[in-house]
Design a protein around this ligand. Structure first.
Ligand SMILES: [Zn+2]
Length: 72
């Protein structure tokens, strides 16, 4: 069985598997399972910075909500 992984398509950062804005629910569940909360926050900061470069017109507050709010 081949399952498409819930990973971001760039530069849109929509999920490759389900099309939701990444990190979608399955991606959040996997990231939470694979990383402790502290490491997860560091990881998501890195994703946020990359996404900010890909989406320069998206307000930083929106990116924060999307990438970091759920980790806390
Ligand atoms: Zn997804």
């Amino acid at each position: 069985m081949t399952e498409v992984e819930h990973l971001p398509a760039r530069p849109s950062w929509d999920c490759r598997a389900c099309g939701d804005p990444w990190p979608c629910e399955p991606a959040r569940a996997r990231l939470t399972r694979e990383h402790g909360q502290v490491k997860l926050a560091v990881l998501m900061w890195d994703f946020l910075e990359e996404a900010a470069r890909d989406m320069p017109h998206t307000p930083a507050s929106d990116l924060f909500e999307r990438f970091l709010r759920w980790t806390q």
